[in-house]
Write a protein that binds this ligand. Sequence first.
Ligand code: HEM
Ligand code: HEM
Length: 227
Amino acid sequence: MAYQRIRVWDLPTRVFHLLLILGIAGSLITVLASDDLMVWHGRCGLFLLSLLVWRLIWGLVGGHWSRFVHFIEHPKAAWQTLQNHRSGVHEPSIGHNPLGAWSVITMLCVFLLQAATGLCSDDEVAFSGPLTAYLPAIWVKRASWYHSEIGQPLIWTLIVLHVAVIVYYRWKLKDDLITPMISGDKNWPSPEHQEPLTQSLDTWGRRTGALLLLGALTLLIFYVLPL
Ligand code: HEM
Ligand code: HEM
């Protein structure tokens, strides 16, 4: 069987993933390490917010396999993938499979909500989010409660689940999702006479555009929401 090389994850999507890991690690370490690092916690959070808004835009204009329309399917499809796993059937996908797609959407929503509630949170000791001054005290209390008591354990759970599933795919289902997230490419069986498969466009022009977009969003968010 011949194989075709497909660019699945463009460089901006891969860099997004790496920066997301660093940003989440940074905001968790700064908050757990010391009260003195809370301003850095806020900075990591604002950067994560810029990154997440960037990913929403990249989901509309990014490389083919990074676009939401090319990976979000009806929840029934995700349910079917889960059923297939239970009965030991696994069909690799080029981009995110329907189950993976919903886990990506869940992560993006939970992280966005975490950043949004962080803006409205107050630890009553060392640091408060930039929107707390404009909100009634009860909202600040609720946002802080969600941010600490719900968002925090939810994020830990999602990360552990995410990594566990990737490891399960790699070693149990023999489906290596990690290499394409690093190199960008996947080898896909291509029977003779089949149409070439769609590649994610990953030119230097688009990469530069992605970087400028992230830079502009970061500057805007740090300017509008000063710590
Ligand atoms: C803080 C930790 C992490 C977070 C928050 C995170 C989050 C995410 C998100 C949001 C995506 C979707 C990417 C997109 O379409 O834009 C993703 C995909 C992916 N992540 Fe992570 N990730 C984390 C750690 C890791 C680690 C440690 C690994 C390696 C073991 C990993 C491997 C992958 C892979 C292989 C995919 C692509 C999955 C697929 O092909 O459907 N992630 N991750
Ligand atoms: C996705 C990004 C974020 C993550 C993962 C995150 C995570 C956390 C965690 C784990 C805590 C500790 C709660 C505890 O000690 O019980 C916390 C507290 C806090 N965070 Fe964030 N945070 C994020 C974004 C932000 C942002 C953008 C701000 C404000 C600019 C912020 C402001 C705060 C404040 C004020 C607290 C103290 C809340 C309290 O003690 O009730 N966070 N955050």
